[in-house]
Design a protein around this ligand. Sequence first.
Ligand SMILES: [Zn+2]
Ligand SMILES: [Zn+2]
Ligand SMILES: [Zn+2]
Length: 253
Amino acid sequence: MKITFLGTGASPGIPMLGCECSVCVSPNSKNKRLRASILVQNNGFNFLVDASSDLRQQCLKNGVKNVDAIFFTHHHADHILGIEELRAFYFFQKKAIPCYGNEETFEEIKKTFHYIFQPTDYQGTVSQLDLLPVNGEPINFSELKIKPLEIDHGSLKIIGYKFNNVAYVTDCNNVPEKTEPELKGLDLLILNALRYKPHTTHFNFEEAIKTVERLKPKRVLFTHMNHEVDHETANKEVPAPIELAYDGMTVEI
Ligand SMILES: [Zn+2]
Ligand SMILES: [Zn+2]
Ligand SMILES: [Zn+2]
């Protein structure tokens, strides 16, 4: 399995429009973060976790030419606005893209992208999605077993996904008790760490580090970071086995 970080940024992206802080103006390419999303490739299949607002440039930059399925974590704008860009894949693939997620995510997607789900003169030229609600049961694609896991994002119940023994948990501020055993002893945990200050719906660095200490994964990559986080400084400060992910980073596992 190969994982590519398409984006590792918090919702505004980094640099943030109008901001002149040291991270936003930094020339270090690792301080340039598009909206959070990963590409998971296995046995010739391309899977996306979320369709970020930056999906078009993420796919161009990383040579993504087709998408076999999308796993949605939740409906917040930074995680779904790329749905509009999926129309280009439909022109070539000619079939609806299977999309996994919970009912709440799908209700919000249907509101935001109402034109996709209504009869229109433009049928065939808009994105076509096949919405497949997850129910906690694993989804299998060849040798890859994908397990949806319930995660807390403030009061919102969202989904983390486990791909064999690798988990992607973004926009989390609490791991529910029933999910915790699924996240113990992973080969790789990709976890959100928004910033240093506490936040009501996201782990800050301290909380994310405490969670890692409890779950004891072999390797950890932090993502969904905002402009308070300078890559080189934070990457030196975090304890092993944590590292900061950056846009374009790939991991073979
Ligand atoms: Zn987010
Ligand atoms: Zn800034
Ligand atoms: Zn969110």
